[in-house]
Design a protein around this ligand. Structure first.
Ligand SMILES: N[C@@H](CCC[C@H](N)C(=O)O)C(=O)O
Length: 314
């Protein structure tokens, strides 16, 4: 956060006095959650940054507002084709910027809707929600959730298919720029393969890695180390750290885990499996590829969701 913003977050944050919030996480990717059934809380970018500030606010990698889809323009557009998507995940990064999608956020969002009594979702039941990245179907198993994240795409398809790499990434702690592959999961990702876990541990992510060429709206950068052997009992395994756009290094990134599995599977070739386990600093998430409608391959993300606290802003 820059100095100007830091000076203003105090007062900006105070105007939200009385607002009820929860704090939750999915494999350590943590969020401030606000229920807004009446669509009355338009939280500014500055206020999001204040709430997500780890020293002066509640602290979080992002803020999620639960609002009925009919009460915001993006939601109304979605309801025209998916009338079941009653609740909309209004997601912001910790710096207040918008992102199209947040995979861990979707699971925590649905868990929060349940905890607030806003939905009734029995074990094994499915719910369709609205997001800026389109409608997503979420299936609950206990306090674990599996989300159909929709189809993935290469961001630079020509390069990706011809060379399997489309960009170079430079990061503090890595001696030379590394080849990488850019994948859209609704939001942009650039995946860099490293050879060793020691190299992954030595990569410093206090400052943002540079990506050349960078996708049009910036990118999240995943550093991944494939397991050795890559596949065990039909499931592929990879270890990942991530630098998120609009946040910094986080403990986990659901869409990043999906993008990492897409890239590793692409690099591994025809024998690569459709089921993956992605190990992140905050835990493990599952990624599966399956045939979706209209001939598109879809990606399923699964993992836990936890609410750790609920309170009221003073
Ligand atoms: N942590 C999220 C991704 C959040 C958005 C990202 N920082 C972006 O700007 O695209 C996830 O779990 O997917």
């Amino acid at each position: 956060m820059d100095a100007t913003l830091a000076e203003t977050t105090g007062p900006a944050f105070r105007t939200l006095g009385g607002l009820r919030f929860s704090k939750g996480h999915g494999t350590g990717n943590d969020f401030v959650l606000v229920a807004d059934p009446g669509g009355e809380h338009t939280i500014t970018a500055e206020q999001v940054a204040g709430l997500c500030d780890r020293h002066r606010g509640i602290g979080g990698d992002g803020l999620i507002r639960a609002v009925p889809s009919r009460l915001l323009p993006e939601g109304r557009d979605l309801l025209a084709t998916v009338p079941e998507a009653e609740w909309f995940m209004d997601y912001r990064n910790a710096d207040g910027s918008l992102s199209e999608m947040c995979g861990n956020g979707v699971r925590v969002f649905v868990h929060f809707l349940r905890a607030e009594g806003l939905i009734d979702l029995p074990d094994g039941g499915a719910l369709i929600i609205g997001t800026r990245g389109g409608a997503k179907t979420v299936v609950r198993t206990g306090d674990e959730y599996a989300v159909d994240m929709g189809p993935w795409e290469f961001i630079f398809p020509g390069e990706a298919t011809a060379k399997a790499m489309d960009s170079l990434v430079t990061a503090d702690g890595l001696e030379v720029p590394r080849p990488a592959l850019s994948v859209s999961m609704g939001n942009p990702h650039t995946v860099v393969a490293l050879a060793e876990l020691s190299e992954l541990a030595g990569t410093r992510l206090f400052t943002a890695p540079t990506v050349e060429p960078v996708p049009a709206n910036g990118t999240n950068v995943e550093f991944v180390v494939p397991a050795e052997p890559l596949v065990h009992d039909g499931v592929g395994s990879v270890t990942m750290r991530v630098h998120e756009r609009g946040v910094g290094e986080t403990q986990s990134c659901g869409t990043g885990a999906c993008a990492a599995a897409v890239a590793i599977r692409h690099w591994a070739g025809a024998e690569a499996p459709d089921s993956w386990r992605v190990h992140v600093p905050g835990g493990v998430v599952g990624v599966k590829f399956f045939a979706g409608p209209a001939g598109h391959e879809h990606v399923e993300l699964s993992g836990p969701a936890v609410i750790v606290a609920t309170g009221t802003l003073s």
